[in-house]
Design a protein around this ligand. Structure first.
Ligand SMILES: NC(=O)c1ccc[n+]([C@@H]2O[C@H](COP(=O)([O-])OP(=O)(O)OC[C@H]3O[C@@H](n4cnc5c(N)ncnc54)[C@H](OP(=O)(O)O)[C@@H]3O)[C@@H](O)[C@H]2O)c1
Length: 284
C-alpha cells in the first residue's frame, strides 16, 4: 500500500484556479487507486470538495478508498454533531474512517469538538479520531489527548516536528501524517511568478534547491522523498490536481532520498524568520 495520501484542498476554487470538475476528479482518483493510494484527505471547508468526492466515490470507487475529513476546532458540541452528519451525507458513507479536529489548539483535550467526535465514534459514525495542527505544542497536546492520528506540516524548510513530535507520537502509538511537503507549491517550479510567496521564502527555496544539487524540475521529487525519509512518518499528503502531477509523486515515492542529500538537508540552516514560510501568513 502506498504511503501517499491524496490531499483535496485544491479541489475547490484555489489560488485563482476554478474548482475541479467531475471529469477531472475521476481520472485523478483512478490514477490514485491504480498507484495503491488508499487515503483521501478532505474537509467541509474545501469549497465543495467533499460533495464532489462523495459523488465520484459512489459512482466509480465504492470500495477503493478510506476517507479522512475534519470538523472545526472551535465549534460547539451540536455544531460538530451536525458537521459529522453533513460529511456522512456529502461523502455518501455510513461511517467516516478518520475525522480530524481541524487546526486544533493546545486545548484540544477539553474541547467540545473532541467530545462530540468521541460520542460519534461510540455511535459508529466515526472510526479513528485525529487532529491537524500547525505547531509542535499543538501536536504534543493532541498526542497527550490520546488521539489516534496527527497531521502536521513538515517539509525541507520546516523541520520543527522532527525535534520532539515524531518521537513522542511513536512512543504513544499515534500515527503521523505529514502535509505541505511542497510548502504549498513553494518547493516546485510553480513558485516562479506566483506572488503568494514572500521574497524571503522564495530565497530560502532557492538556497535549499542549490544545496541539494537539484533542478527546479526535480525539486518536488526530492522534497517528497525528504518527507517520507523518516520512518516515523506513516504517510505524506500530496496536493495534486492532475494525474500527471500524481504520477510524478508516485514515481518519486518509489525512490528513497539518497543518504548524501539527507545529510545535506539535515544540516541546512535557514536565513529568514520562520514566519516567512508559514503558509498562514501568505495570500490565498
Ligand atoms: N490544516 C489542515 O488541516 C491542512 C492545511 C493545509 C493542507 N492540508 C491538506 O494537505 C494537502 C496538501 O497540502 P498543501 O495544500 O499544503 O500543499 P502541498 O502538497 O505542499 O503543495 C501543493 C502544491 O504543489 C504543486 N505541485 C504538486 N506537484 C507538482 C509538480 N510536479 N510540479 C509543480 N507543482 C506541483 C501543486 O500545484 P497545482 O495547484 O498546479 O496542482 C500545488 O500548488 C491539502 O490538499 C489538504 O488536504 C490540511
Amino acid at each position: 500500500m502506498s504511503r501517499l495520501v491524496l490531499g483535496t484542498a485544491a479541489f475547490g476554487p484555489y489560488a485563482g484556479q476554478p474548482a475541479l470538475q467531475p471529469w477531472e476528479i475521476i481520472p485523478l482518483l483512478r490514477a490514485a487507486a491504480d498507484a495503491g493510494i488508499r487515503w483521501i484527505d478532505t474537509a467541509p471547508s474545501y469549497g465543495g470538495a467533499e460533495e464532489a468526492i462523495g459523488a465520484a466515490l459512489a459512482y466509480r470507487f465504492p470500495n477503493e478508498f478510506l476517507v479522512a475529513t475534519k470538523v472545526a476546532a472551535d465549534a460547539d458540541y451540536l455544531t460538530v454533531r451536525a458537521s459529522v452528519r453533513r460529511s456522512l451525507a456529502q461523502l455518501r458513507r455510513e461511517r467516516l474512517d478518520l475525522v480530524y479536529v481541524h487546526n486544533a489548539t493546545t486545548r484540544v483535550r477539553s474541547s467540545p469538538a473532541l467530545d462530540a467526535l468521541r460520542r460519534a465514534h461510540d455511535r459508529g459514525q466515526v472510526g479513528r479520531i485525529g487532529a491537524t495542527v500547525y505547531t509542535e505544542a499543538e501536536a504534543l497536546a493532541a498526542i497527550e489527548a490520546d488521539l489516534n492520528v496527527i497531521q502536521v506540516p513538515y517539509h525541507l524548510l520546516d523541520r520543527r516536528m522532527r525535534a520532539t513530535v515524531f518521537e513522542a507520537a511513536r512512543h504513544a502509538g499515534v500515527t503521523v501524517y505529514v502535509r505541505s511537503v511542497w510548502a504549498r507549491g513553494l518547493l516546485t517550479p510553480r513558485l516562479i511568478g506566483d506572488d503568494r510567496f514572500p521574497v524571503e521564502a522564495f530565497a530560502d527555496a532557492e538556497r535549499i534547491r542549490f544545496r541539494l544539487w537539484t533542478t527546479w524540475e526535480q525539486l518536488p521529487d526530492v522534497a517528497l522523498q525528504f518527507a517520507l525519509h523518516d520512518d516515523r512518518v506513516a504517510g505524506a499528503l500530496i496536493g495534486v490536481r492532475t494525474p500527471q502531477e500524481l504520477d510524478q509523486a508516485v514515481q518519486a515515492a518509489t525512490r528513497r532520498l539518497p543518504w548524501w542529500r539527507a545529510a545535506l538537508a539535515a544540516t541546512w540552516r535557514q536565513n529568514s524568520d520562520p514566519k516567512a514560510w508559514d503558509p498562514r501568513t501568505w495570500g490565498a
